[in-house]
Write a protein that binds this ligand. Structure first.
Ligand SMILES: *Cc1c(COP(=O)(O)O)cnc(C)c1O
Length: 374
């Protein structure tokens, strides 16, 4: 059976052992005589899956008891609204705009209160993360001026291939982070955040599950806005173990398998080391190339999404199509950026990255002389 080298940005590659496990259990899960898709979400067989999934995630990320863990639906996109509805108590929050999704999050927040842009990377076409000193200073200024309910960042910018190398210091203001594309790629210090959320389809499981990790005191009084739909009320969801209604049972089950796989692979420190190795192999080719150049500023480079281009759209298209013929799929850049993007999440093996590096070198040799403009 031929499986492709999968560089899709999301939905993305899943670990082969997880898929095999799921396949083996599809007709008869653990002797219950049915699949996970077919059992009640209230059945002890599913509750056991749910509780184990949460426990494994807590273990991987060292999530303190003061934080609730939710497995919801609607993607990161629905959480853009949910976080504002749950947390905008004074009606004023700060956003750092470091790319597409952080801007969408801010625009969504602006529907429910004042969403201040604290800093933006727009002037660099989002090739750089706004300077930490500027963000920190702006947070302090706005917190003193009118107060901030939270500061929102997108920690890894999937489309542009940039990643925060250090978190902003927000003082007493809770830091809320969309970590969709770096969740489980590296350890996170959960206590630095008020809320962390991630769509599972990048690195943690199939599409349709969103993980929300929320410090309980922030939601202990219920959502900030009375109009918050019951489904988006994080406190209710926490009290009901994400089962205010029927959750994505099968998706949660697959996430649990991915968490266990990450644990078996050595946990998040091991994942980070593997991911840094894969990323550095690609950046090394890019930095020594006359044809390809990187999109992100080197100091802000992502270890999950590697963006690059020849600066010639026809050549970029040719590379993506040659790669697909060789079994390397998902390398086309996002329409906002163009060029190429290799998403090298946890389940993308080093051998796939080696294959991509080899192909880049071959392509460059073939096109020697057609060099990039930088
Ligand atoms: C993919 C992605 C989103 C959008 O996620 P959905 O689950 O499709 O809503 C938001 N933020 C980041 C960082 C992403 O990578």
């Amino acid at each position: 059976m031929a499986r492709v080298h999968n560089f899709n940005p999301g939905p993305a590659a899943l670990p082969a052992p997880v898929l095999e496990d799921v396949q083996a259990e599809l007709m008869d899960y653990a002797g219950y005589g049915l699949s996970v898709m077919e059992m009640s979400h209230r059945a002890p067989s599913f509750m056991e899956i749910y509780e184990r999934t949460e426990a494994t995630l807590r273990e991987l990320l060292h999530i303190p008891d003061a934080y609730d863990v939710l497995f919801l639906s609607g993607g990161a996109t629905l959480e853009f609204a949910a976080l504002a509805m749950n947390l905008m108590r004074t009606g004023r929050a700060g956003y750092v705009v470091s790319g597409h999704f952080s801007k969408v999050a801010m625009n969504e927040g602006a529907k429910y209160g004042e969403a201040l842009c604290l800093a933006t990377g727009e002037d660099t076409d989002f090739s750089a993360i706004p300077a930490k000193a500027d963000i920190d200073a702006q947070v302090a200024r706005e917190a003193a001026a009118g107060g901030l309910d939270y500061v929102h960042i997108c920690q890894n910018n999937t489309i542009y291939g940039t990643m925060y190398q250090a978190l902003p210091d927000t003082g007493d203001v809770p830091l809320v982070a969309d970590v969709s594309s770096c969740f489980l790629s590296l350890p996170l210090d959960v206590e630095r955040y008020g809320v962390i959320y991630a769509g599972a389809q990048k690195n943690a499981g199939p599409a349709g599950v969103t993980v929300v990790i929320c410090r309980h005191d922030l939601i202990a009084d219920g959502p900030a806005l009375g109009i918050t739909p019951a489904y988006l009320d994080w406190r209710s969801q926490a009290m009901k173990q994400s089962m205010l209604n029927t959750p994505n049972t099968f998706g949660i089950y697959v996430c649990g398998k991915v968490f266990e796989w990450v644990k078996e692979m050595g946990g998040l420190e091991a994942m980070e080391a593997r991911n840094r190795k894969k990323a550095s192999m690609l950046y090394d080719v890019i930095d020594h190339s006359e044809l390809f150049c990187g999109v992100a500023r080197p100091a802000d480079r992502s270890i999950a999404n590697v963006t690059f281009t020849t600066n010639t759209p026809e050549l970029d298209r040719e590379f993506v199509s040659e790669a697909a013929k060789a079994g390397l799929v998902g390398l086309g850049g996002h329409r906002l950026v163009g060029g190429m993007r290799a998403s090298i999440y946890n389940a993308v093996p080093k051998t796939s990255v080696e294959r991509l590096c080899g192909l880049m070198r071959e392509f460059e040799e073939l096109h020697a002389g057609t060099s990039a403009t930088e």
